[in-house]
Design a protein around this ligand. Structure first.
Ligand code: ATP
Ligand code: MG
Ligand code: MG
Length: 549
């Protein structure tokens, strides 16, 4: 086991292994391929695959592909890609609930023969009404007492495609008065004339989640079936199937808290809706809480694993502060990302006493904490660009950067003093005229005088144009939708596109997804669509937490 991570699930697994309850740990991650994986799934992936690694067991990737109406090959491919990207590997253990369709069908007939399942023609609305409420028992359908022969015949007709969608279902015969609604004769099979990504049109009846899940676990000899709290009420049904079917193993279901994070939604239904309506550019829009979106935004998988480890496992649902995730991202990127210079909103600065045509080569450190990351050469010339925000025409008391008469340091280069401001016809500042101290190469004056600010810059002749996309949260309240209207909580400023940014030339080599720190600005990465002659960068995260403001 892992010393630093202890929680009720690890304690249980350890105890089960210690007393020989299970010989070797088998877990599974069972996504339904009806959307892309999000941070909530990451919690489940890290738990299931993490346990297998920690305790020398194995973890299966199993597609819970029992609803062909909503499932697609695109999602299957994306899920595999994203699990691997997060750092996990299922090896040979790739499974599909659809692998078990024949066995599940046979087991349904087994229940029918045992008098424990029946075909019910009651229309869906009526069936729902007849299930009763917590205070009122359910009412029996007239079909509940059909004979074994009748039920077998009808179920085979269902399978043979003799009925249209919704004409009837197969239900377990358990207890209509149960205090647990899941035991009030749950549906086991429904008719769906649809093409399945793997089994095509071989089947027109499909098992429900409840009838497929535990039995799939049993068929794969899963020892610990870990799921989220909302399935706690399904556990008696999970066990009921294991009690009444000739299963080869006896998995045990344990529930843990769902992950919820402030300012976002972790529900495939809502995320699908954002994609379909074009509110985001796709499942991998960098604002999405999907693994594909986070990857595109530049979030490293290590940061997600660290976040999941730090939030831990609990038995109570809660909302995790988004600052927790940000902390893990910054912590990792601070160590991993090389430093570069880029100017997002450029303002020209002309150094009047720097000779025209003259070039100086300066050495810049790639990572202050990692000498092994080496250095790179920057070219310095008479004309550079600085950040517009680093100049103030009428500086306040607390503003120590550029203003007329002020001396500042240009990083790695020289001390410069602003002498004059050039404006256009509308009065906008378009250029700063400065002088530099030729004795201050590297950024320090021989007389030891201090300046209060060090600014990033790019050389006008050498810098490359780039588009920079600044992202903030997709929603502007911590509990989106809580007011009843999710759309009303969308953050209209979640994406700001800066089309006139300038970056140092070495950034042409930045690979998509590879993080860099733009000094003083934040962590960025090249977008998937970035090309050497049309650079596009995504801001992964700002340098400091601005949530406290
Ligand atoms: P959604 O509500 O987003 O549709 P789901 O649970 O229906 O999610 P599945 O594809 O069935 O999606 O999920 C696969 C696994 O991931 C399940 O075991 C599920 O419990 C787990 N999971 C899904 N969402 C979360 C979450 N927010 N926190 C923790 N685990 C989650
Ligand atoms: Mg599910
Ligand atoms: Mg779902």
């Amino acid at each position: 086991g892992n010393e630093e991570t202890r929680d009720f699930i690890r304690d249980m697994v350890q105890a089960d292994l210690a007393r020989g309850q299970v010989e070797s740990l088998v877990t599974r991650f069972p996504p339904e391929p009806n959307g892309y994986l999000h941070l909530g799934h990451a919690k489940s992936i890290c738990l299931n695959f993490g346990l297998a690694t920690e305790y020398g067991g194995r973890c299966h990737l199993r597609f819970d592909d029992t609803n062909p109406v909503k499932e697609e090959q695109e999602y299957i491919d994306a899920i595999k890609r994203d699990v691997r990207w997060l750092g996990f590997d299922w090896g040979e253990h790739l499974y599909h609930a659809s692998d078990y369709f024949q066995t599940l069908y046979d087991w349904a007939e087994h229940l029918i023969r045992a008098g424990l399942a029946y075909v019910d023609d009651t229309p869906p609305d009526e069936m729902r009404a007849m299930r009763g409420t917590l205070t009122e028992p359910g009412r029996a359908s007239p079909d509940r007492d059909r004979s074994v022969e009748t039920n077998l015949g009808l179920f085979r007709d269902m399978r043979a495609g003799k009925f249209p969608n919704g004409a009837c279902v197969l239900r377990a015969k358990i207890d209509l008065a149960s205090g647990n609604m899941n035991l009030r004769d749950p549906v086991l099979y429904r008719i769906l004339h649809a093409t399945h990504p793997r089994t095509g049109t071989e089947w027109c009846i499909y098992p429900t989640y409840d009838f497929a899940h535990g039995q799939s676990d049993a068929l794969e000899h899963v020892t610990h079936s870990l799921c989220t709290l909302e399935f706690a009420d399904h556990r008696p049904l999970y066990d009921w199937f294991l009690d009444h079917l000739p299963v080869p193993a006896r998995p045990r279901q344990t529930e843990f808290a769902r992950l919820n994070i402030g300012y976002t939604v972790l529900s495939k239904r809502h995320l699908t809706d954002l994609v379909r309506r074009g509110i985001v550019s796709g499942w991998d829009d960098p604002r999405m809480p999907t693994l594909a979106g986070l990857r595109r935004r530049g979030v490293p998988p290590e940061a997600i694993r660290d976040f999941v480890r730090r939030i831990g496992m609990s038995k109570a649902n809660s909302v995790v502060d988004i600052a927790m995730l940000d902390h893990s991202i910054r912590d990792h990127l601070n160590r991993a990302a090389q430093r570069r210079m880029a100017v997002l909103r450029p303002l020209k600065l002309v150094i009047e006493n720097f000779p025209e045509g003259h070039v100086e080569e300066l050495e810049a450190v790639n990572h202050p904490g990692d000498p092994g990351a080496g250095t790179r050469t920057l070219r310095f010339r008479r004309e550079v660009f600085v950040e517009r925000d680093d100049f103030m025409e009428n500086p306040s008391n607390k503003f120590f950067r550029l203003a007329v008469g002020r001396e500042v340091r240009l990083r790695y280069a020289y001390l410069v003093t602003c002498r004059e401001v050039i404006k256009d016809a509308d009065g906008n500042v378009v250029e700063l005229r400065c002088t530099y101290d030729p004795a201050s190469r590297g950024g320090d004056a021989p007389d030891g005088r201090k300046v209060k600010a060090t600014l990033h810059w790019v050389s006008a002749r050498d810098a490359l144009p780039a588009e920079v996309r600044l992202y903030s949260t997709l929603f502007n309240r911590p509990d989106p939708g809580a007011g009843g209207d999710l759309d009303a909580d969308l953050n209209p400023a979640s994406l700001e596109v800066l089309s006139g940014a300038l970056v140092e030339p070495s950034l042409t080599e930045a690979a998509a997804g590879q993080a860099v720190q733009f000094e003083r600005l934040g962590y960025f990465c090249a977008d998937l669509a970035s090309r050497p002659n049309s650079l596009v960068f995504n801001r992964t995260i700002e340098l400091r937490d601005t949530w406290a403001k």
